[in-house]
Design a protein around this ligand. Sequence first.
Ligand SMILES: Cc1ncc(COP(=O)(O)O)c(C=O)c1O
Length: 401
Amino acid sequence: MFDAIELKKQFPIFSNHPDLIYLDNAATMQKPLCVLDAERFYYENHNANVHRGAHRLATAATDAYEGARHVVAQFINAPSHEEIIFTRGTTEAINLVANSWGNSLNTGDEIILSTLEHHANIVPWQMLAERRGVIIKIIKLDEHGAVDLAHFSSLLSNKTKLVAISHVSNAIGSIQPIQLICEAAHHAGAKVLVDGAQAVAHLNIDVQELGADFYAFSGHKVYGPTGIGALWVESNTLNSMSPWQGGGEMIAAVSFSGSTYAAAPYRFEAGTPAIAQAVGLSAALTWISALDRAALLNHEQQLRQQLEEGLIQMTGISIHGQSPDKAALTSMTFAGAHPYDVAQFLDHKGIAVRVGHHCAQPLLQSLGVSGTLRASFAAYNTSSDVDAFLVALHETLEILG
Ligand SMILES: Cc1ncc(COP(=O)(O)O)c(C=O)c1O
């Protein structure tokens, strides 16, 4: 049994807001005390800039920052910590790939995306397409909101250079069969970038088993701080990539006749990095690794099932995304009420949910809706959260309908 009630006590936000029912976890997760403590401890005991100083604090700060890189590598089973680049988050990680590796693409080369991508995994490729004449192709979804693998295969050709796809859809929860996608893409000679923003907190990530070339995620979506994330790049690909931002920390030598660059991953981390946030991320990953991940996944799935069973009992509710392989979130619309109005009512009852296009406008257009209300789960949610949501939703729809 997964004891969410006990675990919830580790999250100060719930002591400060005892009535809060937080179901906006896909947007950002709450932080356990150990993450907050780790950042505070770092600032109080080790604060210095990394990689440069000859004093003991600089050494301690560098050790803490580089230690975090090892923890990230271990968490996603990367072969080496030197394949981990710290970024501000998933968005910056994808932009890094588009602006570095992407420059090796030429007119007529093709990139495949899917209909359910977050804007972070669409817009950087559109910008690249404009710069380099690259063509973007889009995989359709089947009627359940899962990626249509037959259509994907039909798009692959020797012109395909990259498949960029989310592991888990933030808007409708579909989990993509990344292993199959990587095998097919590699067979066609293409690389695969996986947007893992919604996956890392829920699924066990093993980048070697998945077989991807790039894997990106954000710290704040896995119980860690904002402003930090990571990009894993397979080493051969990584070593072929040029830096995308210039400055301190990323160079080997600088003169006015030209500069040379540091080895990876450092040549991708220009300027002072988010040191305390990396320490916080390390604490978050260590924290979640100590949980029974299978039991956690099961717990979150049970909450989703409880929610969806409750929604089915009510009239006028459409659930968007019914992929057989689905993460712990539910997106819905209402026959007689606008999702924004429903969310406002729920907020008055202390229930936090997300409404809107979830930064996935093309997906919502394909579903024929302008916005949905999304409830998404994390380790600290309980079955009574779901009960409270269902009761509050019922009352809200009575008033609005
Ligand atoms: C699937 C997916 N990709 C990318 C992002 C962007 O993440 P960030 O804003 O942390 O860079 C998000 C955030 O919601 C997401 O859900």
